[in-house]
Design a binder for this molecule. Structure first.
Ligand code: ZN
Length: 365
């Protein structure tokens, strides 16, 4: 298939607009029009992974971490980033990254960690604000249902476990077309009064162009009247970290032993045990230290993440057990997650999981 088909699907799951400002998710090397027959999935895109793609005949590498974060000025092979990009270009291999946009969605990196740990009642720990918008439009009553249907079909009116959410009120609209107009009802040059339905519905900002296109196509008027509002409400399905619960409370040491096994961690760096039973757990794949306050605020007993520094461990203040399981370890199952996401949609497309362990951290035990 065309690379664009694959990336469009991944971006429907984890829209690029949801990535953090510092990130560089998306197509980094390669052209959307190129043909791809096989994809290689990895957490990091290292030279060894590019070599593996060449050896196994893959045309695209889909990695969690983007190989390029900032501008490259030279290509003389001095750094591994330059060498990876150069090698990929020379061998016609596309590089695609699906990073913080996959961290921030309900079915992404953190959901997979929760599943691996057997957590239930999961929700996003720190939902993002300013990602929801509201559309208000005015439609002749006879066409209200066709417009509502089109809006819902395009993804509007979705809140948590509810879909097809809208508010509807009847009223009177007026308009007078110019002599060049071709009004759906009424005459040019004469003010017309029409009984209309005011339809209000919320939507994720990233779906805006799709929703407006659906509205304009379904609406009978020559000029479609609609208002778009920014909402400051939080978007409960998009944000950082996840919180979930264990079915039965556990002793802290017993819980960490379980985490070590299920997350395949060689070592866990943690703060002093609090003496409490573990019931509520917050997880954040990769560097999640910025979520500590929210984790404590949400009443979590344990915070599982990575990249904790010495002084940051003090911030636990005996209120929570911080457990640093390692960056690679916390995100390693993301590879399997990507494999399953792609396989579900493109069952005949060949996908490989990398055989390279890209973890740059080694443990001397
Ligand atoms: Zn990471």
């Amino acid at each position: 298939m065309k690379l664009a088909q694959l990336t469009a699907y991944l971006e429907s799951m984890a829209p690029l607009a949801l990535q953090e400002d510092y990130d560089n998710s998306g197509l980094i090397v390669g052209q959307p029009e190129m043909e791809v027959h096989q994809a290689l999935i990895s957490l990091d895109c290292t030279e060894a992974v590019v070599d593996e793609a060449i050896a196994t005949g893959c045309q695209v590498i889909i990695s969690h971490h983007p190989i390029v974060f900032k501008g490259l000025k030279r290509f003389n092979g001095k750094t591994y980033v330059e060498r990876v990009v150069e090698k990929a270009i020379r061998n016609n291999i596309a590089l695609y990254a699906i990073h913080t946009n996959l961290d921030n969605v309900m079915t992404g990196v953190n959901a997979r960690i929760c599943e691996t740990l057997g957590l239930t009642n999961t929700r996003i720990l720190a939902p993002k604000h300013n990602l929801l918008k509201k559309l208000v439009t005015y439609v002749p009553i006879a066409q209200a249902e066709q417009v509502r249907k089109a809006l819902f079909h395009a993804g509007a009116g979705h809140i948590g476990e509810y879909s097809e959410v809208s508010f509807n009120a009847e009223g009177t609209g007026t308009f007078k077309g110019s002599e060049n107009s071709d009004p759906y009802v009424g005459e040019p040059g004469v003010r017309h009064h029409e009984e209309e339905m005011r339809i209000e519905t919320v939507y994720s900002a990233n779906l805006e162009s799709k929703i407006i296109m659906a509205l304009v196509l379904a609406h009978p008027y020559e000029e479609v009247a609609y208002d778009l509002y920014n909402l400051t409400n939080q978007h409960q399905e998009i944000g950082s970290g996840m919180i979930g619960e264990l079915d039965a409370p556990m002793d802290e040491a017993e819980f960490l032993a379980d985490v070590k096994t299920s997350m395949d961690a060689q070592v866990i760096r943690h703060t002093a045990f609090t003496g409490k039973q573990v019931k509520k757990v917050v997880v954040c794949g990769g560097s999640g230290g910025f979520l500590l306050k929210q984790a404590i605020g949400a009443g979590a007993d344990v915070f599982i993440t990575a990249d904790y520094k010495y002084h940051e461990f003090f911030d636990a203040e005996g209120k929570i057990l911080i457990a640093d399981i390692g960056h690679f370890e916390s995100e390693q199952f993301t590879q399997q997650l990507l494999f399953e996401i792609i396989q579900k949609k493109f069952s005949n497309f060949a996908i490989r999981l990398t055989k390279v362990n890209t973890n740059p951290v080694k443990y001397f035990i």
